[in-house]
Design a protein. Structure first.
Lengths: 184, 521
């Protein structure tokens, strides 16, 4: 008998409670994005920047719902948040960090290219992220650029590679004792 | 609001608090544990790096300062079980040279006890919680003791590949001592080797407090009050004895729990915070702090990781988050020329994709398509050797109270931490040796996991010693100033060694708790 099976409850990784038409619906961040679920906290421009940055950092992060994931996580009490920021000593509320980080990114993008980060070409986005990683963006104002790179890269890694789907894509068995529940 | 007086109130339901609770309850004492976080069950331990973060740092943050700010949140606990709910269960012990560093080298601090004083307690803990390993093999580095109750864990290619390579540079590897079941033990199942230990093992194969000491404590009548945050330890009018604690319950109501004995087992950072906040007319600098040593000598470990990529299936998704193999061959304080401090080496950690220790972070410089290419290769071929180094005790590394307060009115703790040149030298030496080993292992690629110098396993702050002149507590964790106040956990370590601390936490706590039960105050 496979003892692991005794512990499996629920199914599917990453189902969050999203509000759709006034009702709470359990969706993955990917499904929430595909269904165009409204953001709870992030402004449209912020979500757009997160998607652009996430996609630059980890291909597939946009479709995997990085903006919906972060939006959900900054909308719940810090004690319930599942963000990597929580284990990187970012002081709650986590929204403050993301707003400061995105503000710094946008200012850097405007200063370098006269356009917001989401409006840059893929090549320009990569170049800017490379400089951000190395703390080489002059005039950067906000959380340390290298740290912003690390946190947002971690978020993108989470939604792309940290899911059962991500493991499958890499050819690694997920092997959960207890599969994540459909309650977040 | 006052509660009925109990024999002992224990602040914190983690590794050390659970041992005290079980031991005192076994002795017939009425025990209450106050735990600031939730009352987790095994079924809450979901196999996911996302969900695993729920059992880590929450609540009032510590303000972090110093050259090497202490990143505590990855390793801290939140709720019943504490950090031991998600510990890797590596259970190396300290060695004799850790206890006499000052005497033998004129550096750091001595412990008031020797290895032999603690050795029987290591053996007792092994039987209590279940340890797998090869005690005989460890005797090349330490005095003989009792065998572990279970044989070593199963090994996998990503650990085995390091053994001969380490031998080639004089590092002998033996099976790692781990608090996991290689076979069924005391009704708990054997390990499944799926590598989710770091987010909490729900099967009971790993010896987290929920299935060991805390389970026994509850069975024997100890009461656990979750979401109860202690802010002060209270004393009698003369300030000569503690009388209980003040805490806020889950509805944020202020309560008092009177007790004959108070055991502070919150966390190495939190215990000093509570003691300092317990200042009174009789204890103007905080409880047990006439000498000004509460909060001083905070210490930690640092890791020098070496990544090695092979063009074969290393089975790296299998195993445990802990280690398959370990070595004390660099444990002598002067192992590395020009550096001072012990090193403890482990190999064979199961890898997951994300989270702080995930293999996506093995190449932090990569992003975009290059990262994806690396992930595909690393998913089967990556493995890591880890060398943990010792930081020497330094009074400047400290916890103190900040002016800013949390929602309960308790001043936030400020944790000030900087490494000295010895630590940096050991760190660098271990990186250099790691690369030599990886080359000997025949890795296609190898590189050092360099970044900001990591801070692992917070210890100190309420150190033990021979008297009130040089320490906060005695070797049992009893305050030098207040006879019915105990402190438990890694905070009472007088030096850090380089071994993972939890085995020593268990052993010291069992020793202290049995002494308390036998000589009730």
């Amino acid at each position: 008998m496979n003892r692991r099976r005794q512990f499996i409850r629920g199914a599917g990784l990453g189902a969050l409670a999203f509000s759709v038409g006034g009702a709470s619906v359990l969706l993955t961040a990917r499904e929430a994005r595909a269904q165009g679920v409204p953001y709870r906290t992030l402004k449209g421009s912020e979500a757009e920047a997160i998607e652009a940055l996430g996609e630059t950092l980890v291909p597939g992060a946009r479709a995997a719902g990085i903006a919906h994931f972060i939006d959900h996580q900054v909308s719940v009490p810090p004690e319930e948040a599942l963000l990597e920021a929580r284990i990187l000593n970012v002081r709650p509320p986590y929204l403050n960090f993301y707003r400061a980080a995105l503000g710094a990114l946008e200012r850097a993008s405007q200063a370098q290219h006269g356009r917001g980060f989401a409006q840059l070409s893929n090549g320009e986005q990569r170049e800017l992220v490379s400089l951000m990683r190395q703390n080489k963006l002059e005039g950067w104002q906000g959380p340390p650029a290298g740290f912003v790179y690390f946190v947002l890269r971690s978020d993108a890694v989470d939604v792309v590679y940290g899911t059962e789907e991500g493991y499958k894509d890499l050819g690694i068995p997920y092997m959960a004792h207890i599969a994540p529940l459909k309650r977040w | 609001m006052a509660n009925e007086k109990v024999d002992a109130v224990i602040v914190g339901a983690g590794a050390s608090g659970s041992v005290f609770a079980a031991t005192l309850a076994r002795a017939g004492k009425k025990v209450v544990l106050l735990e600031t976080g939730p009352d987790w069950q095994l079924s809450d331990l979901v196999s996911s790096d996302f969900w695993g973060r729920r059992i880590k740092a929450a609540g009032a943050p510590f303000l972090l300062e110093g050259k090497n700010a202490f990143g505590y949140s990855y390793q801290s606990g939140w709720g019943v079980g504490g950090a031991a709910l998600h510990y890797f269960a590596n259970l190396p012990r300290l060695l004799p040279n850790d206890f006499k560093m000052k005497s033998e080298h004129g550096r750091g601090l001595d412990w008031p006890i020797a290895y032999q004083d603690l050795a029987p307690w290591y053996d007792r803990v092994a039987q209590d919680i279940g340890v797998s390993g090869d005690a005989k093999a460890e005797e090349i580095w330490r005095p003989a003791g009792k065998p572990y109750p279970m044989p070593p864990m199963k090994t996998f290619r990503h650990g085995e590949v390091w053994v001969k390579a380490c031998e080639s540079v004089g590092i002998r590897m033996v099976p790692a001592a781990v608090g996991m079941n290689s076979t069924e033990y005391k009704g708990r199942p054997a390990c499944l080797y799926d590598g989710w230990c770091h987010v909490g093992c729900p099967t009971g194969a790993l010896s987290n407090p929920l299935v060991t000491y805390l389970a026994e404590a509850r069975k024997r009548g100890a009461e656990v009050r979750a979401r109860s945050t202690v802010t002060r330890v209270l004393t009698n009018k003369d300030g000569t004895r503690v009388t209980g604690v003040e805490y806020f319950d889950e509805k944020k109501r202020k309560q008092v729990q009177p007790a004959s004995v108070v055991v502070l087992a919150a966390w190495a950072g939190q215990n000093p915070r509570i003691l300092l906040n317990s200042a009174s007319e009789r204890h103007p600098k905080g409880l047990g702090n006439k000498n000004g040593l509460v909060g001083k000598y905070m210490m930690c470990h640092f890791a020098s990781g070496t990544w090695a990529l092979f063009d074969e299936d290393m089975q790296n998704h299998m195993g445990t988050t802990g280690a398959q193999f370990m070595s004390y061959d660099r444990y002598a304080k002067t192992s590395h020329k020009g550096a001072f401090g012990s090193t403890f080496i482990v190999a064979g950690t199961a890898l997951k994709t994300s989270d702080l220790a995930g293999f996506a972070n093995a190449r932090l410089d990569l992003f975009g398509p290059e990262l994806h290419g690396f992930m595909k290769r690393a998913a089967r071929g990556l493995t890591r050797l880890n060398a943990f180094g010792e930081e020497l005790p330094n009074a400047e590394n400290r916890v103190e109270l900040a002016s800013e307060k949390d929602e309960l009115g308790l001043p936030l703790g400020r944790l000030v931490h900087s490494y000295d040149s010895d630590a940096t030298a050991v760190w660098n030496a271990n990186f250099e040796e790691g690369l030599r080993v990886a080359k000997a292992a025949g890795a296609q690629e190898s590189w050092s996991a360099r970044g900001a110098m990591p801070t692992i396993h917070l210890m100190g702050g309420t150190i033990m010693g021979t008297s009130a002149a040089n320490s906060v507590v005695d070797s049992y964790g009893r305050s030098h100033e207040l006879p019915n106040l105990y402190v438990a956990g890694p905070g009472i370590f007088a030096s850090a060694g380089a071994s993972n601390p939890t085995y020593t936490i268990f052993a010291l706590s069992l020793r202290g708790a049995e002494r308390l039960a036998a000589k009730w105050v």
